[in-house]
Design a protein around this ligand. Sequence first.
Ligand code: ZN
Ligand code: ZN
Length: 193
Amino acid sequence: MERFADTGVELSDYATHFVVECPRCHGKALVTPTQRLQCTSCHHSEEKGRWYGYATAYLSVKCRECHEQIRETYVWKNGSKSVHSVCKNCGDSTHYDASIMRHPMHEGRMTDSVFGLPLWLQDTYRDHHFWAFNYEHLEALNSYIQAGLRERGIEPRNTIKKNSAMFSRLPAFMTKGSNRKDIVRMVDDLMRK
Ligand SMILES: [Zn+2]
Ligand SMILES: [Zn+2]
């Protein structure tokens, strides 16, 4: 049996760089720690700026004329935060600044937080979504899944805060014994991707 020692690492510790799908050629691209996109296939490269993922602009203001509450949500496509709104009460038409919310999922796939591009290392198992930010993250998940014995909580001097550690929050399907063979195979395929 392999043993696995949970070091209390958090998910955000792995979110320093990402392997994603290139927006130009759909090949493998990297989002570097300096937040630059670099494709390994077509050599497309760009600085942080454009958001390729799903985002919404949420507006919650009082009409500048009649003070009626205005609440609207729009699909946001880059550019300005300013949205056009017509008051349903008095008909006043103007632009307001909305709050932009970038969503982690786009068209059913998990995306990176810099460009909103689909993560390269993802797959589904039955109805479950499995993904990793990068190969280091995948490797860590793999060690965890492979381990027959998990040590978290066994050592009395183990001081990991239960809810902050990534591994204690992994979905059950990943660690369920009967799924392990399939999950291991899926992770193996992703490692070679
Ligand atoms: Zn490319
Ligand atoms: Zn109004």
